[in-house]
Design a protein around this ligand. Structure first.
Ligand SMILES: NC(=O)c1ccc[n+]([C@@H]2O[C@H](COP(=O)([O-])OP(=O)(O)OC[C@H]3O[C@@H](n4cnc5c(N)ncnc54)[C@H](OP(=O)(O)O)[C@@H]3O)[C@@H](O)[C@H]2O)c1
Length: 243
């Protein structure tokens, strides 16, 4: 299911004020599944939930492919890090650091001034470090959280099933500081609107955040794209291109 897309405004309703014809935009189409359509119709002021649509001007320093990856995973990462009330100097552990949500979460947590530890597999260590993580735990070789380490915020950004999330939560709660918090990416849905997407656009244009694109598939290869995503180990994001 495609959540996000980027493209150019072809036509406008009479009362639209924020956009003009030809504007380059990036958007979250949510569970309306409009992200794979050639044309989509969205209100200018939406909301992540329950409206399932948000649209902003595309960051000027991103390609359509890079921008199309941002909205849902970027907003999710921002939403949960804000819930964690991340402040300068705090220690943050991001599990699933090499995935769609995780790659944005590393960069946003660094933007907020946190000391970030990312958890990923061996092949993704260099990528996670390059995105700004101060420390990396290779979950194929080491246990996490590391014994004796304490974190102010632990973010579970994995695609784990419910039961696995619960056992991870129990393990992680022992590694929290006194007022520390553990949050899983499935723990609630953002209610945010355009302001969050605009914030992401600003930090992207400020060169504080970028998209990691693992693969770009053509529309004709859509089943391959879904099979690739479903194995749970994509690096950052997968994009589908409509010619
Ligand atoms: N709350 C909401 O409204 C909402 C909306 C959309 C999605 N979600 C949730 O967000 C989840 C994450 O989506 P995503 O696209 O960001 O995921 P993704 O890109 O598929 O992320 C996969 C990540 O999980 C890591 N991983 C896989 N197996 C692991 C293991 N055994 N131990 C530790 N890490 C492991 C991968 O690391 P390696 O590749 O390095 O192994 C990778 O970093 C979804 O599955 C969904 O549950 C929530």
């Amino acid at each position: 299911m495609g959540f996000d897309f980027a493209g150019e405004i072809q036509d406008l309703g009479k009362e639209v004020k924020r956009f003009k014809k030809g504007d380059q935009i990036f958007a979250f189409a949510g569970k309306n599944f409009g992200a794979y359509a050639e044309y989509n119709c969205l209100p200018e002021d939406g909301q992540y939930f329950p409206k399932d649509c948000i649209m902003s001007l595309k960051p000027s320093n991103m390609t359509y492919e890079e921008a199309a990856a941002v909205p849902s995973r970027g907003i999710l990462a921002l939403h949960f890090l804000k819930k964690g009330n991340i402040r300068n100097g705090q220690k943050v552990l991001i599990i699933g650091a090499s995935g769609g949500t995780g790659t944005y979460a590393i960069q946003i947590a660094k933007y907020f001034g946190a000391e970030v530890t990312g958890v990923c597999s061996t092949t993704n260590i260099d990528m996670v470090k390059a995105l700004g993580a101060d420390n990396v735990i290779d979950y194929t070789k080491e246990e996490y959280p590391k014994r004796g380490e304490q974190y102010d915020f632990i973010f579970d950004a994995t695609p784990f099933k419910k039961g696995n999330r619960k056992s991870l939560e129990l393990r992680c709660k022992k590694a929290l500081t006194r007022n520390g918090q553990f949050i899983s990416v499935d723990n609630g849905t953002p209610k945010s609107g355009t302001e969050d997407l605009n914030f992401l656009k600003e930090i992207i244009e400020d060169r504080k955040m970028k998209s990691v694109i693992d693969k770009v598939f053509l529309m004709e290869q859509l089943p391959d794209a879904h099979r690739y995503i479903e194995n749970g180990h994509k690096k950052g994001n997968v994009v589908v291109k409509i010619n």
